[in-house]
Design a protein around this ligand. Structure first.
Ligand code: ZN
Length: 243
């Protein structure tokens, strides 16, 4: 089985189209989305409608719940709040219902899929050995795919030791038999690791290899749409820097 795993599209249709074009050429057995379909970007409905028919499975993100009205946004920063309020106005009833009804975790094949963490699938960030260890303890999975931080990373449990490494394009991860992994696949629509290119992961289950793929997309076009929609200028600006 070959899986394409995407996350944190954040209503960025230009980035999504480039990523889906690449995925279509590679013909995976299944396409999985790890949540945050919407929030920040200018095309929430367009992204959900484009993605939905091709998905073999998906989980909910905190921005999806916020946009659907089932998560309180007082913990969001002011820019994210502004984007959520704008997004709520855009959503159609079917898209709102779709986001509201997404599960918080799925096991689409040989791995566990969550947005945030295993301990708290929707809201917790896995950012260091401490938070990774809590998620290794919260489930019996061998491999978990996550998003939420927008920073591609590999968390490994080897015996008792938890290590963290950046996940780089061109440096495939070969899974070892005695280890457990949490892999953050990065973000399609709002990368935050200093690289503005869209990110997604490819999992070759037979070979037990995960590869990170990075693709440039027309950032300026997304920025223009955000300006026209009246979304906060900072949110458009950050796309150019991958921050
Ligand atoms: Zn996100």
């Amino acid at each position: 089985m070959h899986y394409a795993i995407i996350s944190d599209v954040h209503a960025n249709l230009e980035a999504l189209e480039v990523v889906l074009g690449d995925i279509d050429r590679r013909r995976p057995n299944a396409l999985i989305c790890l949540g945050d379909f919407v929030g920040y970007g200018p095309d929430p409905v367009g992204c959900v409608e484009r993605l939905r028919p091709g998905l073999a499975g998906a989980v909910v993100g905190n921005h999806d719940r916020a946009a659907a009205g089932t998560l309180d946004i007082t913990d969001f920063n002011p820019l994210a709040q502004a984007a959520i309020l704008w997004t709520r106005e855009q959503l159609t009833a079917p898209v709102r219902a779709y986001l509201r009804d997404l599960p918080s975790q799925i096991t689409p094949g040989g791995f566990l899929a969550v947005h945030g963490s295993v301990r708290d699938p929707v809201e917790e960030y896995i950012i260091d050995p401490h938070t990774a260890r809590a998620s290794f303890a919260a489930g019996s999975f061998r491999l978990c795919m996550a998003g939420h931080t927008h920073v591609p990373a590999i968390f490994t449990l080897d015996g008792d030791a938890v290590s963290v490494a950046p996940f780089e394009a061109g440096e495939p991860l070969r899974l070892g038999p005695e280890r457990r992994y949490i892999v953050n696949v990065g973000s399609v629509g709002q990368p935050r690791d200093g690289d503005p290119r869209a990110a997604y992961a490819w999992f070759d289950e037979d070979q037990q290899v995960i590869t990170l793929i990075r693709l440039p997309y027309p950032v300026e076009r997304t920025q223009r749409k955000m300006a026209e929609a009246g979304l906060p200028p900072m949110l458009a600006e950050r796309l150019a820097h991958g921050r």
